[in-house]
Design a protein around this ligand. Structure first.
Ligand code: FEO
Length: 399
């Protein structure tokens, strides 16, 4: 993509990634893609803010050279050391050895560890400002959003917040880089939530801390390192992020995520009845076959919904493995404080509930009710399952 001037003398230089299968080697993005956004400030001093993944460094540097001679760049702001932003650092240093890296104290060791870089590094402190003559930078540390060294940078004369991972999302930029370029933002909001739940959710408290630090700034534009530049309505993505981070404390939306898996269709038939009951309760509902769905797509729903209905058989005296894997990832991502029910078939003895009790203790989930049955569900069990789902839906609605 060609560079875009986001306001006078400040440019977006980004790369759309539609080659990577798994972001962080973990999260599917082949369909949706992702952008790596970098920004160039041209004024009395020339400043580059963040880079991109090394896979795209040639393309990126070619773009950069259409705007400026890299050997004239005064500073490179490294907001974050994760290689999706810093990967092009070695290649950048080759063409811009004079550019002084501005970064946090915690990034200093990482620069050595990842790239062997020790020279021309200047540490900036939280709240420090740098007068560039034509522009003013303010550095705002944001530890654990997403790594301990992470910071955001605000250009205070224009109010542009270069927020790095915060306020970012999956989804390559197809019809423009700004929020105002899209009449329907649902794809980018959905992918921002998936990114939040996959990448940031475990650090929701630090997101809230960072949000408090931003309160005193007059933000006119949110320019993250992934996804849309929020120019028309920067408050929209900030509000969404803060709302999602609040869910980390406990009470989430009045909605239910129904997760199901089945070996021979017995628990699957029950899942249809439980679903019917939930629908009769009129509760917002997301349904996932966990065996067929990557956890990346399930985590957003688990994050925003207060209720979780789990349908899976007992398997070798424990919970069916694909369900156990989803719950394990949810625990890893700190999806805590949920209300849950469980239903499932067993062959000769249970075990799934025992597993869930232990797992839920770690996740601070309440197991409100269970409905286990041997073999296939009998007609009366299917009727029970409808009531079971309805009861749960009504309970979540009443919270
Ligand atoms: Fe976009 Fe934490 O890297």
């Amino acid at each position: 993509m060609q560079p875009v001037e986001i306001c006078k003398n400040i440019f977006w230089i980004g790369v759309n990634d539609d080659r990577t299968e798994l972001f962080e080697g973990l999260w599917p993005i082949k369909q949706e893609g992702i952008s790596y956004n970098s920004y160039l400030i041209k004024g009395a001093k020339t400043v580059l803010i963040d880079l991109c993944k090394d896979l795209f460094q040639e393309k990126y540097l070619a773009s950069l050279k259409t705007l400026t001679d890299p050997s004239k760049i005064d500073y490179l702001v490294v907001n974050h050391m994760e290689p999706d932003h810093s990967g092009a650092l070695r290649a950048f240093r080759e063409v811009a050895p004079q550019a002084v890296i501005l970064t946090t104290q915690k990034a200093v060791k990482m620069l050595v560890d990842f790239f062997g870089i020790k020279e021309a590094v200047r540490v900036v402190a939280d709240g420090e400002t740098l007068d560039l003559g034509s522009h003013q930078l303010k550095f705002i540390t944001a530890p654990m959003v997403h790594w301990p060294e992470t910071m955001m940078t605000c250009e205070t004369s224009t109010g542009i917040l270069f927020s790095c991972d915060a306020f970012g999302g999956f989804g390559k930029l197809t019809n423009g880089i700004f929020d105002e370029d899209y009449s329907d933002l649902s794809f980018y909001e959905k992918e921002s939530l998936r990114y939040y739940a996959n990448i940031v959710a475990a650090f929701s408290k630090p997101v809230l801390n960072a949000g408090e630090k931003l309160a005193g700034l007059n933000i006119s534009m949110v320019a993250p390192s992934h996804g849309l530049v929020w120019r028309k309505d920067p408050s929209r993505i900030i509000k969404l992020y803060l709302q999602w981070s609040e869910y980390g404390k406990g009470k989430a939306q009045k909605g239910v995520t129904l997760l199901h898996s089945s070996m021979y269709g017995n628990t699957g038939r029950m899942a249809l009845s439980v679903r019917k009951g939930l629908e009769e309760a009129g509760i917002p509902l997301d349904v996932f076959d966990v065996t067929a769905t990557h956890p990346s797509y399930i985590l957003p729903s688990l994050w925003v919904n207060q209720g979780v209905a789990i349908g899976a058989p007992t398997y070798e005296g424990s919970l069916f493995p694909t369900m156990a894997q989803v719950l394990s990832m949810a625990e890893f991502k700190r999806v805590f404080h949920k209300d849950a029910i469980y239903f499932g078939s067993f062959g000769w003895g249970g075990g799934a509930t025992r597993y869930l009790n232990a797992q839920f203790e770690k996740m601070k989930w309440q197991l409100l009710e269970t409905l286990e049955f041997p073999g296939e569900p009998k007609p009366e069990t299917l009727v029970q399952a409808v009531e079971f789902g309805k009861r749960f839906g009504e309970r979540i609605k009443s919270l």
